[in-house]
Design a protein around this ligand. Structure first.
Ligand code: GH3
Ligand code: MG
Ligand code: MG
Ligand code: MG
Length: 303
């Protein structure tokens, strides 16, 4: 999809002149137009727009109001906004730039200059989009476990810290589940490491699908998964853990491991709890519960 340019101006002739001139230089661009500031706002909210060229006097909402509305919106504030200004006074120009306009051109418009200015803003927008994309990618890489696509341990620790603070403030309890695959070493030994990885990937997918959107499933390391359940007391956490334990037994795989059945052990701890004052205390308590589940014969939940 080519870049989108929105032309907002009261006069149909002005809009047409601008779009015709742009079409000559860039036939692959999408052109949208309106004479209404309000409709302009609706368009940018639902269509990907890369540059707006906007007059000040419009129907329904002025160009300045449209600019202010967009500036207040996190999603829209970075869309380059070129104003078709009515007067050449420095004061007006400064005001427009301070309100968030990227550029302005004084009417009557020199169309060649406008096209050149639009191209500059399109370049800025492309750079901005690329920067945002790499930031998102970096953020994703730094918080995701590459094998399972669950969150990593860094996110676990950050989430636990936040949940602790929230617990103190709201007195709502939250729970931590530590899930560990039983005799996973045997699976690796018998079917190989790659099949072991497949088991982890499928188990992770199951865990995520059983949790609520605001739960935080993380890979703690190896074949252990730490699941943070906000707003969850011990009873609910036990029920969730029990459902996960049963679902793990039902997991089926394909190829060399089609006959494999796995079981998991789960340690559960809930905050607040006696003697638990830090993230590490809570991890220790959960780990003790997991150890108890292993000692008691595996394939079980211990709170
Ligand atoms: P238990 O029931 O006591 O938990 O026994 P276990 O064999 O599951 O536990 P142990 O801690 O002895 O073994 C865990 C194994 O998990 C050892 C390690 O090689 C394997 N492992 C750790 N990370 C990965 C991974 O990313 N992929 C695969 N395939 N194996 C892994
Ligand atoms: Mg383990
Ligand atoms: Mg172990
Ligand atoms: Mg294990």
């Amino acid at each position: 999809m080519g870049p989108g340019i929105l032309v907002v101006a009261q006069s149909a002739a002005t809009r047409q002149t601008i779009i015709d001139a742009l079409k000559d230089t860039s036939p692959f661009t999408r052109y949208l137009e309106t004479n209404s500031g309000r409709e302009g706002l609706e368009i940018v909210a639902k269509d990907p727009i890369d540059v707006i060229v906007c007059g000040l006097k419009l129907y329904q909402m002025s160009g300045l109001e449209l600019l202010r509305n967009m500036q207040q919106d996190e999603e829209l504030c970075d869309i380059p906004f070129i104003v078709l200004a009515d007067d050449n006074r420095t004061k007006t120009k400064i005001e427009l730039l301070e309100q968030g306009a990227s550029d302005y051109i004084v009417q009557p418009v020199d169309i060649g200059e406008l096209v050149a200015r639009i191209k500059v803003q399109l370049k800025v927008k492309t750079l901005q989009d690329n920067l945002k994309r790499s930031n998102r990618l970096l953020l994703n890489l730094s918080s995701t476990d590459s094998l399972t696509q669950l969150y990593n341990r860094r996110v676990l620790m950050r989430t636990l810290r936040k949940e602790f603070q929230r617990q103190v403030r709201t007195e709502e309890s939250f729970s931590l589940l530590m899930v560990d695959v039983d005799h996973f070493k045997n699976i690796n030994d018998r079917y190989g490491h790659l099949n072991g990885d497949t088991v982890l990937i499928n188990l992770a997918r199951m865990l995520r699908s059983y949790l609520r959107p605001y739960d935080v499933p993380t890979r703690f390391g190896g074949e252990e998964f730490a699941l943070v359940l906000p707003n969850t007391n011990m009873e609910c956490a036990r029920e969730v853990a029990e459902r996960l334990r049963l679902a793990a037994k039902e997991l089926r795989f394909s190829g060399e491991i089609r006959d494999l059945e796995i079981t998991i052990s789960i340690g559960v701890a809930t905050c607040p709890a006696d003697g638990v004052e830090s993230e590490d205390d809570l991890l220790k308590l959960t780990d003790d519960a997991l150890y108890a589940a292993k000692s008691a014969g595996r394939d079980q939940v211990v709170c």
